[in-house]
Design a binder for this molecule. Structure first.
Ligand SMILES: Cc1cc2nc3c(=O)[nH]c(=O)nc-3n(C[C@H](O)[C@H](O)[C@H](O)COP(=O)(O)OP(=O)(O)OC[C@H]3O[C@@H](n4cnc5c(N)ncnc54)[C@H](O)[C@@H]3O)c2cc1C
Length: 473
């Protein structure tokens, strides 16, 4: 039997694959709901994701699996987003007209001059590129970096962009330069009526959580998903995981399997191991960290706020980083004649945003949305606040070194497989999280521990090249 820790998309995908193959599996999830970061929350007649979740994949097998699960409930949604910078709303994905020329002739001149300067300097300078700042400046020039990357990245990560590893951005937009970006955008501009993969995306009618719910139903035709069950201890002996202990409604339970697949945040996994790992591993785990998210939902007596998928707010004059209006993703997410808006605050567990009361957070959100002209305070009928730890693995400059110590140690366990965004400490999107679970399930079915390393290699470290810088997801 395979024991799977965590019922986010990665854990559920692993369990669904095993279930479809007739293999026994039990999923243990601490939340009362499945889906993890990709769950949809219900509040009266409203539903919302923890930040709108757009599903994209170029993996045909995965796309078919998702289509099979959701059938007619899979909508095709047009994507239309904007960034608010210097009092202007700029289309996102960026178009050359907006990104380069939309800022007035002086800034346009600076953008092009900076870009040229970097390209000339880059040919002579052999500077080691380690940080997000170095990487973006080298690719796009300093003006583009300061306009579009610096503030938003610092808002997401809460640290200076000189201390954010280039890994985060370079994996997502590798090979893209301002020249290629303009070329691509111009081609797109000429053919702007042709819908491409990034112009539309698929989305479940009842919110992204419907995907997890359907997988959970599939798993429970033959196997078990235990929700409200928090893993507390992971017992091991002589290089093997021997059992898991979890608590549900105040009672402790144990389960033993032949293989264990974990999507728990990797630092949590280390903390729960019994006996405890060596000091070096524990101190490496103390040196990597996750960024948290506070989601504020305002329920409105207003039919619609925008026609947008997402709106980004990089500047620190606005305290949240992004908003979305669920109704623009699926009309089923709000009652007739009403709408709601979801604001994402990037923060650290325990900081002032994390600790603010629901009233303070909803007032703060409403005040800023009013100032920006989206609503009047009197439109707000109700609010909800969710606090989400482990939302983003933080790629500080030295993170690889610490992560390697941890993964080298965990790799010595024959029957343990790490999957998912927090489980692998990798900036995975939903499709990649699902792929990580599926690949490991296939390896488990092949009964191979020797191939564990190969499975790890096969898990995509990032989505195949984006043609646009993707902001937080
Ligand atoms: C704001 C935001 C927006 C995003 N938007 C997009 C998007 O548009 N498109 C996209 O593709 N991706 C998006 N993502 C990324 C996407 O959410 C993740 O890639 C995906 O959900 C990760 O799934 P996972 O299974 O790896 O991890 P998780 O969803 O984190 O699952 C881990 C599970 O483990 C459980 N767990 C933790 N501790 C314990 C314990 N002790 N015992 C038992 N269970 C435990 C958790 O409750 C959770 O359910 C977004 C992420 C965020 C934060």
């Amino acid at each position: 039997m395979t024991v799977i820790l965590g019922a986010g998309l990665s854990g559920l995908s692993a369990a669904a694959w095993l279930t479809r193959a007739g293999r026994p599996a039990t999923v243990v999830e601490k939340d009362i709901q499945v889906g993890g970061l990709a769950r949809t929350v219900t509040h009266g007649d409203y539903r919302f994701d923890l930040g709108g979740h757009r599903f994209l994949t170029d993996n045909q097998q995965l796309q078919s699996f998702v289509s099979e699960l959701l059938g007619d409930d899979l909508l095709s949604v047009p994507r239309k987003s904007q960034i608010y910078i210097a009092g202007q709303y700029i289309d996102y994905p960026l178009t050359p007209l907006n990104a380069v020329f939309g800022m007035g002739p002086a800034k346009t001149g600076r953008i092009l001059l900076d870009y040229g300067k970097e390209k000339v300097l880059g040919a002579f300078r052999h500077k080691k590129i380690t940080s997000l700042e170095d990487w973006v400046v080298a690719q796009f020039g300093r003006t583009i970096f300061e306009l579009y990357f610096k503030n938003y990245s610092e808002k997401v990560w809460g640290i200076d962009s000189r201390n954010i590893s280039k890994d985060w951005v370079s994996k997502r937009i590798d090979g893209l330069s301002l020249g290629r970006f303009i070329q691509h955008s111009l081609v797109k501009f000429r053919r702007h009526r042709v819908k491409t993969l990034t112009d539309t995306f698929v989305y479940p009618r009842m919110g992204i959580g419907q995907l997890a719910d359907r997988m959970s139903e599939l798993i429970q035709t033959k196997n078990v998903v235990k929700t409200g069950s928090a893993v507390e201890s992971i017992f091991h002996k002589q290089g093997r995981i021997t059992s898991i202990q979890w608590a549900c409604a105040g009672k402790k339970h144990d389960i033993t399997g032949s293989s264990y697949i974990s999507s728990l945040p990797i630092t949590q996994f280390i903390a729960k191991m019994n006996p405890q790992p060596p000091d070096a591993v524990r101190s490496a785990a103390a040196r990597i960290r996750f960024r948290s998210l506070v989601v504020v939902a305002l329920f409105l007596k207003k039919r619609r706020l925008t026609d947008l998928t997402w709106m980004y707010f990089p500047e620190n004059t606005v305290p949240f980083g992004r908003i979305h209006e669920p109704k623009n993703w699926s009309s089923e997410l709000a009652p007739r004649g009403r709408s709601h808006v979801i604001a994402e605050y990037f923060c650290n567990t325990g900081d002032s945003i994390w600790q603010s009361s629901e009233k303070a957070l909803s007032d703060l959100t409403a005040d800023h949305l009013e100032k920006l002209g989206f609503l009047a305070r009197s439109d707000v009928l109700d609010s909800a606040v969710l606090r989400i730890p482990y939302a983003y693995p933080v790629f500080e400059l030295e993170y690889h070194r610490h992560l390697k110590i941890i993964t080298d140690f965990l790799d010595t366990f024959d029957n343990l497989h790490l999957i998912g965004r927090s489980g692998m400490f990798s900036y995975l999107n939903m499709d990649q999280a699902m792929e990580s679970g599926i690949l490991v399930a296939e390896k488990v079915m092949q009964g191979c521990t020797a191939e564990k390393a190969a499975a790890k290699e096969a898990v995509p470290a990032s989505r195949p090249q984006y043609l646009q810088p993707e902001y937080s997801s």
